[in-house]
Design a protein around this ligand. Structure first.
Ligand SMILES: [Fe+2]
Ligand SMILES: [Fe+2]
Length: 405
């Protein structure tokens, strides 16, 4: 290695790189400490790590009592996060995330020892090395695995709460090179900030989750009266969030929708049993009474300063309106219907189709998708419907996670 005095240009270049990395770390500190939902934070963290230390791929693992879980990963061509799995496991208290992941021995080793690992070239590791990585690392696609840098995220009690792993460092000529000792320091700084930010985000999420739990229980009361289980509103609210995200709405708006949409049928609490639980077809008068659940629900939720309850009020009132104006209670058409109600309408009908009712069998996932698509411009807003179609993969994973038994 050349000394700095022997090559002033190289020394200047190294200084510039250090300054750039320092600037980037300061920027990351500011960005990571701003309150944001956990999933947005994790995605942001990986992007920043790969900007500061250019590399082919990155992965982030979080630890809990069950072990280490891959929660977010990125490479050149794909970003993957298991938002739905996190939601299932952490928000809705259901299994659905990945279990402790023994497929990455490097991350497991770092989590166990609490020490970073800098592997210059995985091909030079002996067969007896316990953390020997798999040569066809799933994150790498067509790239050949060479160098790895992984560091622990350690909380203030000295407990390892996660592992951040970077794969194949790229230099300024885009050649794969080993991670340097300065890279180790940079990643350690990043992990220190990340550990605090992730902890704060998890605490904030915990608070939000207890809020959601309360809302789900209240909304379930209406569902139980209707003979439904609480599963309908869980699935339906997750579908709503997936569609809103596919429409490019902000994470905050999507989250508000996730919390607000379960209340769409809360007005059924005020519908008499004789109508709500009538086994046969309703008379015209009874149908009018039943349709009042929209107006009654909106009244129940009205007058709050809370954004979740305000949105819930709009959804309760508008979720049976139709794009073509043939819905109820007001026969609004097109953009007269608020957007959140247009999203909820699709999610609500789709879930009703995929579930058995006294008067009909359950349609299969693909069949229900086709039936929904056929209603573009009639029952449903074509733009929202396009977003629903584009989110098919995520919707299917929610459907599978809460599959009706
Ligand atoms: Fe309804
Ligand atoms: Fe519903």
């Amino acid at each position: 290695m050349q000394s700095q005095s022997a090559d002033p240009l190289a020394a200047r270049s190294a200084e510039t790189e250090t300054e750039t990395q320092l600037d980037a770390i300061l920027r990351v500190c500011a960005s990571l400490t701003a309150p944001k939902p956990l999933e947005a934070l994790l995605d942001n963290l990986l992007s920043e790590a790969r900007t500061i230390l250019p590399s082919d791929a990155a992965a982030l693992y979080l630890a809990d009592d069950a072990g280490l879980h891959l929660v977010c990963s990125q490479n050149d061509s794909a970003r993957h996060d298991i938002r739905a799995a996190l939601l299932n496991r952490e928000v809705l208290g259901r299994p659905g995330g990945q279990n402790a992941d023994p497929a990455d021995p490097v991350a497991s080793h770092v989590a166990q020892t609490g020490q970073p690992l800098n592997i210059v070239d995985v091909h030079t590791l002996g067969d007896d090395i316990p953390y020997r990585p798999l040569p066809d690392h799933p994150l790498l696609g067509t790239h050949r695995l060479v160098s790895i840098l992984a560091a622990p995220m350690i909380d203030r009690n000295g407990k390892t709460t996660g592992v951040l792993e970077l794969i194949n460092r790229r230099d300024t000529n885009n050649e794969v090179v080993p991670f340097s000792s300065r890279d180790e320091q940079t990643l350690a700084s990043l992990c220190a900030v990340a550990a605090v930010s992730v902890r704060n985000a998890r605490l904030r999420d915990l608070l939000s989750h207890s809020h959601l739990d309360t809302i789900l229980r209240l909304a379930s009361a209406a569902e139980f009266r209707d003979g439904d289980t609480g599963e309908h509103i869980r699935r339906m609210s997750c579908y709503c969030e997936a569609v809103a995200r596919a429409m490019g709405r902000t994470p905050e708006w999507c989250r508000t929708l996730l919390f607000a949409s379960p209340m769409h049928d809360v007005g059924k609490l005020a519908i008499p049993d004789a109508v709500l639980k009538k086994p046969g077809p309703l008379t015209p008068d009874e149908r009018v009474t039943m349709q009042q659940h929209t107006v009654l629900g909106a009244k129940l939720l009205a007058g709050s300063n809370n954004e979740i309850l305000s949105m819930a009020e709009r959804i309760a009132l508008g979720h049976h309106e139709r794009w073509d104006g043939r819905g109820y209670p007001h026969g609004l058409a097109g953009p007269e219907i608020n957007e959140e109600a247009r999203i909820a309408a699709i999610a609500d009908v789709f879930d009703a189709l995929t579930n058995e009712r006294i008067y009909k069998p359950a349609f299969g996932f693909q069949e229900a998708f086709k039936l929904i698509a056929a209603e573009s411009g009639r029952h449903f807003d074509p733009v929202v419907l396009d977003a629903f179609m584009s989110a098919q993969e995520e919707i299917e994973s929610i459907y599978e996670a809460y599959r009706p038994t």
